[in-house]
Design a protein. Structure first.
Length: 495
């Protein structure tokens, strides 16, 4: 604790964002380059080094937050990097993409703005790369055991890196043409520029991890054949089976799933396409779904030059302060948050029909109607109460040229045949069943991440990857020294 009075004398200061008018004209990250380091040591001083640091319990990775806050406040960046990487394989990802449940669990957040844990984390990670504190760590010797990891999202990459470093020969199978899963084609460039991802992939290659892109297990290579070829298999395909909206008019042209839309915009940023064939340019867009994926669609549509963008959220607009009865500290509260995309839509007045920024709250879609061409032209909605019952005389109609469905995901997509070819048992909600050691009903096959847990946060995905790696290492070697931060049954803190 470098400054015992830091939390009393220093106000919270976040990484400033670039002006809205500037950042919506490009796809670069929204934050001011270089503006974090001058403020971050003082922000780390605000950490109180609590006797019981609830930020530990709020983060499934068990990040040693007070330790690296203290090291940053003393500007010992190498030691801070060592402590950060001791629990997190990819802090530059979580520091940009995680909604920071650790900050909700910060003891200071009981009656003050929390420590800027997420900003400190990303500052350490970026400094580690700049100073060479994150070199490849290949194993001293090989075990002679082989592992196939199916899926290259945060769970698959974390599992692969841990198992490679333990001495096993690991191959990662990815159905897309590039490694990264949803981090590659689901997360917009303005939230995380992909050079951060490329840097980690090169580190993993140097450590010995092998990558097989453009290979859908179950379609391009048989799942049973793959199982016979490797000593163990880890399924980390994510929860990619998107939820549908079964209302009249769903069949009209111009209604797309968010994960049909977002990858095309990312391919433009990758240089694969000049213009997205699903571009929102000049269109009146409505996004159905109030979560992070919907916000990603919002920021993307604004940058593509949409005529208007409105986001529908079925929940009522939350307040700006924590409700101590329903969301007591240190749980993650449902409060009104203004993401970069919502800030852009608000300032640019992109959604004239919205209640706040770009969002219509407590709004439920009733049906779509279209023109003679069979293209969607109107979205009919109604206001709902807390039990999602329609409010009388609250119906309204929005003109629309494009609808994006961002309703979440229910489990792994079964179209490739992986689940059925292996004969995997599924839970009633569609996720892969597993025991307390991450093992499925098929010997030698393990499941981790959203494919088994269900849709979750990136910190849970990485924690699952680290934990399943320890389970696989134990299965192959009889014991393991790899950390296992969570069990398959752990869940976020709640009342």
């Amino acid at each position: 604790m470098a400054d015992p009075k830091g939390f009393m004398t220093t106000p919270r200061q976040d990484w400033p964002r670039r002006p809205v008018e500037e950042r919506v004209r490009d796809w670069d990250e929204v934050y001011v380059p270089g503006a974090l380091l001058p403020i971050i040591s003082k922000q780390a001083d605000r950490c109180m080094d609590c006797g019981i640091p609830f930020c530990h319990d709020a983060c499934p990775l068990g990040n040693l937050i007070p330790e690296w806050n203290d090291l940053v406040s003393r500007e010992d960046w190498r030691a801070a990097s060592d402590r950060l990487h001791a629990t997190n394989n990819f802090p530059e990802f979580t520091g940009r993409l995680c909604p920071a449940p650790c900050e909700a669990g910060c003891v200071l957040a009981i009656n003050q703005p929390a420590v800027t844990i997420k900003n400190v984390e990303v500052a350490i990670a970026d400094r580690a790369w700049a100073e060479g504190f994150a070199p490849p760590r290949p194993p001293d010797r090989l075990s002679g055991k082989t592992v196939a990891v199916i899926g290259s999202g945060p769970t698959g990459l974390a599992a692969a890196q841990q198992l490679t470093r333990a001495g096993h020969t690991v191959a990662v199978y990815e159905k897309d043409d590039r490694i990264g899963g949803l981090m590659r084609y689901g997360i917009p460039e303005f939230k995380m520029e992909k050079h951060h991802l490329e840097r980690r992939i090169e580190q993993m290659r140097a450590e010995g991890t092998r990558f097989r892109t453009g290979t859908a297990v179950g379609r391009d290579v048989g799942a049973a054949e793959l199982r016979a070829r490797y000593d163990a298999v880890v399924i980390a395909t994510g929860a990619t089976a998107w939820r549908e909206l079964p209302v009249p008019g769903r069949e009209l042209a111009g209604i797309h799933q968010a994960m049909e839309y977002l990858p095309l915009a990312n391919r433009v940023c990758e240089g694969d396409l000049e213009v997205s064939p699903m571009s929102a340019a000049g269109k009146h867009v409505v996004i159905v779904g109030g979560g992070d994926t919907g916000a990603d669609c919002l920021g993307t549509a604004v940058r593509e030059g949409a005529a208007s963008v409105t986001q529908l959220d079925i929940y009522a607009q939350p307040g700006v302060d924590r409700d101590e009865d329903s969301d007591p500290w240190p749980t993650y509260p449902k409060i009104y948050r203004l993401s970069a995309a919502h800030e852009e839509a608000r300032d640019l007045r992109s959604a004239p029909a919205a209640d706040a920024d770009a969002r219509l709250f407590a709004a439920s879609t009733l049906r779509f109607t279209g023109g003679e061409s069979g293209h969607v032209r109107s979205l009919h909605l109604v206001e709902v109460d807390a039990l999602r019952r329609p409010v009388a005389d609250s119906g309204r109609t929005l003109p629309v040229d494009m609808v994006l469905l961002a309703l979440g995901f229910s489990g792994p997509d079964r179209q490739d045949g992986l689940v059925d070819q292996l004969g995997l048992t599924l839970e009633p909600r569609g996720t892969i069943a597993r025991d307390g050691a991450f093992a499925t009903n098929v010997p030698g096959v393990f499941a981790a991440g959203d494919a088994a847990r269900g849709q979750s946060l990136i910190v849970w995905a990485i924690a699952e990857g680290r934990a399943v790696a320890a389970a696989v290492d134990r299965h192959l070697s009889g014991s393991s020294r790899l950390p296992a931060p969570i069990s398959p049954y752990d869940r976020p803190m709640s009342v």
